[in-house]
Design a protein around this ligand. Structure first.
Ligand code: FES
Ligand SMILES: [Fe+2]
Length: 391
């Protein structure tokens, strides 16, 4: 067989970054971190919720005690989806022939079997943590690492208002992560159609860019002139944190944490936490809750035709306009971009660094070498990072 050409092997290296199935290098890397998989509010007591995460079929259910459990979706017997079954106490019963499983995936009853024992049968069960309205799961091998959020300090401020949201876009996960490390896009994408408060805060000036690897991930410094320095600390491997102006002039800026979690290689859930350092029942808190009620349900996917064909943008609230603008640019690349056909420039330094870190860590895992021990960003790091000048 002929040797692969340089272009083929480059294409292969780039494709490896985007694929997240269970047996892929990136799939193993992403699974070695806690990942948010859905909103806590989507699964009520005694109910089940089918989910797909990184191409893996899973089943989330909430026991009668209120505790949530995550197991493999399919019954070990004849592969019926356990979502079609029902919750019994803290366990789940398959609809088809009644095999029952506990929250670790251990089978505990097989009503029609005399010669095989439930102890012989186990499906996958995964540790969970519910935090700020999101359900986090550890889908990797071995013991789960300690549950550490990148910005605990921001989301755990006393009396702080935190709102969780989830939206799924039909593109590969890496396009969305790369967008987070592409500060130039802000000067174009967020001026497109309408300029909302977010676009206005950064201006159309193309920034000077600097990207540094940190203990947590990548720090991105975009300077658009004296007093307009935008710093974002992106957390390895798929979490971004940004601070954006509040639409209600004079109210505090909003901290947003976004995880881009692959549903499969052609769709990505954007799991988001919005935090405002005010009490929910304060005037600013009430205004922000009302803005979420009015605008946060805007879904660019449901408005795809309006955006692509008619360039019809939603209201100026950053909760609707900002994602609509990002959606146009990211979906404009296609659902899974061919990176081997790109032509990168010096302003793509963040994307180059991101790919280098992801490849380095995937290689370490594959070769059994120690991966980098990433540290969560603490409250201190947030406080030391200069805030946008307009704050
Ligand atoms: S398929 Fe689940 S018990 Fe038979
Ligand atoms: Fe954006």
């Amino acid at each position: 067989m002929s040797q692969p050409t340089e272009r083929q092997s480059r294409a292969e290296r780039l494709r490896r970054l985007a694929e997240t199935g269970r047996d892929t290098d990136m799939g193993r890397l992403l699974r070695s971190f806690w990942q948010p998989i859905t909103l806590s509010s989507r699964v009520e007591k005694g109910r089940t919720l089918p989910l797909t995460i990184m191409g893996q079929e899973l089943m989330l259910y909430r026991g009668e005690s209120g505790r949530a459990y995550l197991v493999d979706a399919r019954c070990a017997h004849r592969r019926t989806h356990l979502h079609t079954g029902w919750v019994e106490g803290e366990q789940i019963r398959c609809i088809y022939h009644g095999w029952r499983y506990d929250g670790t995936g251990q089978c505990t009853e097989m009503p029609a079997e005399k010669n095989i024992k439930p102890a012989q049968i186990k499906i996958g069960g995964y540790p969970l943590n519910e935090y700020c309205g999101l359900v986090f799961a550890y889908l990797g091998e071995g013991m789960a690492p300690p549950f550490e959020l990148p910005r605990k300090g921001v989301f755990e401020r006393e009396g702080c208002l935190v709102i969780a949201r989830e939206q799924t876009w039909p593109t590969n996960w890496l396009q969305q992560v790369e967008n987070s490390l592409d500060a130039v896009h802000v000067s174009f994408v967020h001026q497109a159609g309408k300029v909302g408060p977010f676009g206005a805060a950064v201006t159309a000036t193309v920034p000077d860019l600097e990207y540094q690897e940190t203990n947590a991930g990548i720090r991105q410094i975009a300077t658009r002139g004296p007093g307009n320095v935008r710093i974002s600390d992106w957390t390895f491997p798929n979490n971004n944190h940004i601070i954006v102006p509040n639409s209600n002039i004079g109210d505090p800026w909003v901290d947003i944490g976004i995880w881009n979690v692959p549903v499969d290689d052609m769709a990505t859930s954007r799991m988001q936490l919005f935090a405002l350092p005010v009490a929910p029942d304060s005037p600013a808190g009430k205004r922000y809750i009302e803005e979420h009620r009015l605008y946060a349900d805007y879904d660019p996917v449901a408005n795809h035709e309006a955006l692509f064909r008619d360039r019809k943008f939603p209201a100026e609230s950053p909760l609707a306009l900002t994602p609509a603008q990002d959606y146009l640019a990211i979906m404009g690349q296609g659902r899974s971009v061919d990176r081997s056909a790109e032509f990168l420039g010096e302003s793509d330094a963040g994307i180059v660094l991101l790919r280098r870190l992801l490849s380095r860590e995937m290689d370490a895992l594959r070769e059994g070498r120690p991966a980098k021990s990433w540290k969560p960003l603490g409250h201190d790091a947030d406080m030391h990072a200069p805030r946008p000048a307009a704050e």
